[in-house]
Design a protein around this ligand. Structure first.
Ligand SMILES: Cc1ncc(C[n+]2csc(CCOP(=O)(O)OP(=O)(O)O)c2C)c(N)n1
Ligand SMILES: [Mg+2]
Length: 435
């Protein structure tokens, strides 16, 4: 299957249509409890970002990028000194968000062409959280994700080829095709996994943070200074593991940041119907850790909060709970008809599209030209095309891989008396073995 033929038969993007004019006036604030009053990052400083305008009606796969600002933005004279990022940083953030958006739009196309199996949960709309946090990390830091994990993996540096191949169930995937959409993992990139059960990653991330602390303070290995980010959703915060882990992390001052991606919905459950105290950030205070609310549609605000929380963890001052207010543009998974959420709510967040807003910021502050951004969009388009071609051409895992990593095997056909996998027996792989 050639990628060019995929592109030519591209389905329309399912992103919500963007209407102009509306804007949230309450979205610019950051709130904080705890003892960060001295820190500029947590003082609620407003970052000047305007709403994006235009239509996201897709004319093909590439529209996810181009539709970011339909109305032309005048390039202004250089004002770089006032900007909150350097040109290089700005371009890196933009590229990462574009990669996330394009990759996910391509996933939707491949899913509907039956190239992927099982549930696939996309991240469209939430890119500023992944980019703002993960691009503020060092290479040796850890992240732990959920079933909505493709974009976290990409931001952490797992090559698009490996992520797409994993989604295709191919041997070249980051889990050799055995994980699929919900179980991205990469030891090399310190991605501790995606998890199908909600809240499952929180103790895993907390354990990784404990490992850092133990290495430094008990084993006296000061070369270890990894910070761990645990990503999870609003619905997950009503799960017991959230409370148990926050307690331990605060008690032991673990180097971790709990990043809640509050997209207001847990499948079809409205956050405000399910949660007794809907301001999740306030729950940090109960454990004696700072709780921060940030506009998760604004990559610069997310980045500012991320840098402070990561620095706090790295210098040994303990965990932070960050609630990022964001929105997912698509249904819960690609199998969800998304009939419960009201169009008004979708539009409210669509006009604040994080990519459109950041594009405008880069242009208005003279940090990038239209040509610079188009170059990035073209590069990402090619990377995603290449990932699909690579995944499609890759082999399926061998049958002998079937029983690897299976810890319990009640039928007893895993490992034979010779210590070898029974499935290595040619009769097994041929499907004729007596088991
Ligand atoms: C332990 C457990 N209980 C229930 C489910 C079913 N489930 C899948 S996703 C989900 C909602 C999670 O919502 P949220 O944490 O807000 O994450 P989002 O999907 O919005 O990113 C639920 C309840 C599950 N996967 N695991
Ligand atoms: Mg949610």
């Amino acid at each position: 299957m050639a990628a060019s033929s995929l592109a030519s038969r591209a389905v329309a993007s399912l992103s919500p249509s963007i209407s102009t004019g509306a804007s949230r006036d309450d979205a610019g604030s950051s709130s904080v409890v705890g003892f960060h009053k001295r820190s500029s990052a947590f003082t609620g400083r407003r970052v000047r970002i305007s709403s994006g305008h235009g239509s996201s009606a897709a004319h093909g796969r590439r529209s996810c990028v181009v539709a970011a600002t339909a109305a032309p933005v005048k390039e202004s004279p250089l004002k770089i000194a006032d900007a909150l990022v350097t040109r290089e940083e700005g371009l890196e953030l933009y590229e990462d968000m574009i990669l996330g958006r394009c990759f996910e739009d391509m996933c939707a196309q491949m899913y509907y062409r039956s190239k992927m199996f099982g549930f696939v949960h996309l991240y469209n709309g939430q890119e500023a959280v992944s980019t703002g946090f993960i691009k503020s990390l060092k290479k040796d830091d850890y992240i732990c994700s959920t079933y909505r994990d493709h974009v976290h993996a990409l931001s952490k540096g797992v090559p698009a080829r490996q992520v797409m191949s994993e989604l295709f169930g191919k041997a070249t995937g980051c889990c050799r095709g055995q994980g699929g959409s919900m179980h991205m993992f990469s030891k090399e990139h310190r991605l501790l996994g995606g998890f199908a059960f909600i809240g499952e990653g929180i103790p895993v991330a907390t354990g990784a943070a404990f490992n850092t602390k133990y290495s430094r303070e008990v084993l006296k290995d000061l070369s270890v200074d990894a910070v761990t980010l645990a990503f999870f959703g609003d619905g997950t915060c009503n799960n017991g593991q959230f409370f148990e882990c926050l307690n331990m992390a605060a008690l032991w001052k673990l180097p971790i940041v709990y990043v809640v991606e509050n997209n207001l919905w847990a499948i079809g459950m409205d956050h405000f119907r399910a949660t007794s105290v809907p301001e999740i950030w306030k729950k940090g205070e109960a454990f004696g850790m700072p709780g921060v609310h940030v506009d998760g549609m604004d990559v610069l605000k997310v980045r500012e909060v991320a840098k402070e929380a990561i620095a706090r963890a790295r210098r040994g001052d303990g965990p932070t709970l960050v609630e990022c207010e964001t929105y997912r543009y698509r249904g819960h998974s690609l199998a969800d008809p998304d009939e419960l959420r009201k169009p008004e709510q979708k539009n409210k967040y669509a006009v604040r599209d994080p990519i459109a807003a950041f594009k405008k910021y880069l242009l208005e502050n003279g940090l990038a030209s239209e040509a610079d951004l188009k170059t990035i969009e073209k590069k990402i388009d090619e990377i995603v095309e290449d990932a699909v071609e690579f995944a499609d051409a890759s082999p399926l895992p061998p049958r002998s891989q079937l029983l690897e990593n299976v810890f319990a095997d009640p039928r007893g056909f895993g490992i034979g008396p010779d210590g070898k996998y029974r499935c290595e027996d040619p009769a097994f792989t041929a499907g004729t073995a007596e088991v």
